[in-house]
Design a protein. Sequence first.
Length: 226
Amino acid sequence: MSEVKSVPADYGRSRLTTRTRWRATRRGRRDGRAGVGPEQYARQLERGLRMALEDLRSRFVTRHAAHIDRVHAESARIVTEYDHRREDVPAALARFGGWVSQWRTEVTACQQRGLALAACADQELAHYEAAHTRARARARRRAERRAARPARARGGRPAEPPGVPVPPGPPEWDTAGTALAAPDETWTGAPDWMLDDALVRRALHILEQRIGPAAAAAGRGERGTR
């Protein structure tokens, strides 16, 4: 059974816990002695990280559902006032900008948490690979010593008698292919989760027209009443 957790809840903010380091090191030693390549652990760790990021985003959206509902409702109001009634409602526009700004700030914090999880996964893989490499080197040295014993017993003659196999050393692996995939644009791109609705995009465009692109991108605005 895999020792990689499906959701690495025991990761710290940006570092591994002692338990995780110990678990990765133990698994690396075991796999190195058994001749198991590091690719298997890396793929398991990658699946666990992907599940953790999906769970983190899902819980975040659920926890802030009321906030995004307010943004969508205010978007509909802004579009109605500016596009249909042709009325200027600066207070409502400022309130909308404030809510968008707060949403983007919260999304950015969640993205940073996701990137911290990815950094912890990279650290866990590094601990595993270091232990795996040490165990593999020790296994190779033991195999070389076993191969040298018959020659020493025969007075140093290097040739092996027919039919006596030399114990093979552990196989070599290219650890360059064990790097974890980087988080996708959900975690590295703009903090515009849930802002891709048509009404929200239109309201953001109106906000940009009224207060300028830079301020609209930040979502700045003062809360108030119409």
